[in-house]
Each structure stands twice: as C-alpha cells, then as structure tokens.
Write a protein that binds this ligand. Sequence first.
Ligand SMILES: Nc1ncnc2c1ncn2[C@@H]1O[C@H](COP(=O)(O)OP(=O)(O)OP(=O)(O)O)[C@@H](O)[C@H]1O
Ligand code: SF4
Ligand SMILES: [Mg+2]
Length: 332
Amino acid sequence: MPEPILSVQNLVKHFPVRQGVLFKRTVGHVKAVDGVSFELQPGETLGVVGESGCGKSTLAQVLMRLEEPTAGAATFEGRDIFKLRGGELRRMRREIQIVLQDPYTSLNPRMTVGDIVGEPFEIHTEVAPKGSRPKKVQELLEVVGLNPEHINRYPHQFSGGQRQRIGIARALALRPKVIICDEPVSALDVSIQAQVMNLLGDLQTEFGLSYVFIAHDLSVVRHLATRVAVMYLGKIVEIGTEDEIYERPSHPYTQALLSAVPVADPEVRGQRQIIRLEGDPPSPLDPPSGCRFRTRCWKAQDICATEEPPLQPRTDGHLSACHFAEVRSVVP
Ligand SMILES: Nc1ncnc2c1ncn2[C@@H]1O[C@H](COP(=O)(O)OP(=O)(O)OP(=O)(O)O)[C@@H](O)[C@H]1O
Ligand code: SF4
Ligand SMILES: [Mg+2]
C-alpha cells in the first residue's frame, strides 16, 4: 500500500447550541461529525454518502480548515493538517481544493469568469506571475470544456452545468493534489450530471488527482468511486471498495440506501428488493444510544440500544458497524 495522501483519525466536530441572554449558556451540542476515520490513497476517489444532515459538509469544512475540529487528527502527505501555520498552511490550501454543490451561489455574480477562475492566483501569486494569468485562465477554461473566448462573461450568461465547470476550473487553478467535491452535481439535471462526472473522471486521470466525493445518493458516485464510506448521523457505518459496498453491503443502512437507487433496466428493477426506511434520521443533538441507526432498523435487538457496534471487519472482511452485519445483495 502506498502512503495515504490524506488520513483522518477519529475526527469530531460538535457545534455548541447556545441559549439565554446574549446566547451565553451552552445547552447542548450538535454532534455533526462524531469519530470519523478513513484514508485516501493517491489517485483514488473515496465516495462519502449519506442522507441530508449526516455531517458530510461539516467533514469537508473541517478538512479544509474552514472549521476547527473538536477532536481528532488528520494528516495531508504525513503533515498534521490542524497544526499547519504560515507557509505550510498556505501550501496545504493550494493543494487541497473544494468544489461546492451550488454553482449559482458559489460564484460571485459581479465577477467575470476570468476573474473568478484567476482569483486563486491573486492569493498564491507564486503560481502564476501577473502577466501570464489571462493565458492560464483561458487554458483552464479549455481544460474544463468551456470556450476560452468567454473569459469576460459573467456567471449568469452560463448554464448550470457550465457554471459548475467554472467552479471546477477555479479549483484546478493552483494544480491541487486533492479535490473535495461536496455534491458538485446534485443541483444539475441528470443528463448534465453525467457530463460533469465524466469531466471529473478525465481530469483525475490527466492530473493524477485524488477525490473525496460527497453525495447523498449511492448511484451518483458509483462510476467514479474506488471506495465508498456510508455515513449516518456523524459516523461512518460501512466502508469498502466499490464492489463491497454495491455488491455485498452488510450494514442495513447501506442496504436501504441501495434499494432506493434508481435502476434504468425494468427487468433488474423488478427483481430489486425494496427496503423502505421509516421516518427521518433522529436529531444529531441527541443521537440514540448504542447504534444510532436502531430507531429505523428492522433488524434491531436489545443489544443495539446498549452497545455501540464498532466499525470493524465483518462478513467478507470490509468494515461495517453492525452487530448483525450480514451480506445482502440488494440490486441483482
Ligand atoms: N455552523 C453550524 N452550527 C450549528 N450546527 C451546524 C453547523 N453546520 C452544520 N450544522 C449541523 O450539523 C449537522 C450536519 O450538517 P452538514 O451540513 O454537515 O450535513 P450534510 O450531510 O452536508 O447535509 P446535506 O446533505 O443537507 O448537505 C446538521 O444537523 C446541521 O444542522
Ligand atoms: S447494530 Fe442493530 S440497530 Fe444497528 S444496524 Fe445493526 S442490527 Fe440495526
Ligand atoms: Mg452538505
């Protein structure tokens, strides 16, 4: 195994909930991320999947150092992300980039595309001397499949898919090693989603990028992901290779998510076992004792309320956090 490019150990992010006069009293904590560990190998894509509110974006924000962690550790190329200062922090900020979900709100409407894509050069002047920037921006536009002559246009003059390409061009500007993609295609039409996913796949090959790819739907990440982590209420409940997660899922939550994946082939669709999840996830302010999934799990037993199931090798060897982990093929 090569050295992981990114390694995360027991990462925790709790947001205090304050009340009272001047919000001085802390009345609880939102346990947004609650002990997440994973490794990202160079050149691979780790899919991170789970329902809304399970902590995916918080995880991304903490790794980008946009939020301070409550506890835990993370290293990038062996260096402690949370201890970097000065020049080392600047370097990390160049080498880990993020692409956000909403191309409508994440691009400044009053800036031209050239200024948006070239903005990182203003901060990291060493990457591109001033005179060379317009040419570099045009190259980036071309790399993501946009017309380099449109450098002086504004975001509203582009379609949703094109705007996401602008966001990707901007993320590529500083030649990063890792890109955290936080639901980059969720706001796009299905046909456009495939184009943007293909672009991300091509860029990965061309530039040797590693991706953490966040999505709330398992089907979105399948073609790009080498491995997938499934999150529920701030924790990873199952993590494995693409085959292990899609063909041999052993956690009931993964199985339920898979059974909701859209299937185009009517024959396959007919054979699929539908597992309906009742209700919404409980509040991360007060997660259930033991296994956090127990309030929605059809296999729950007494032990599930008292003992938290560790994320450990089960069944065929991949990690799953269920006392009663059992491989079940959901989509034939
Ligand atoms: N700054 C904050 N202060 C307090 N609570 C927060 C903050 N940011 C996120 N949360 C809470 O943390 C939990 C996780 O939120 P997060 O945005 O990470 O989820 P997510 O998995 O990205 O969801 P989605 O799929 O909707 O984007 C939620 O309950 C959210 O309300
Ligand atoms: S530990 Fe229990 S409640 Fe949790 S997923 Fe497994 S069977 Fe369900
Ligand atoms: Mg999110």
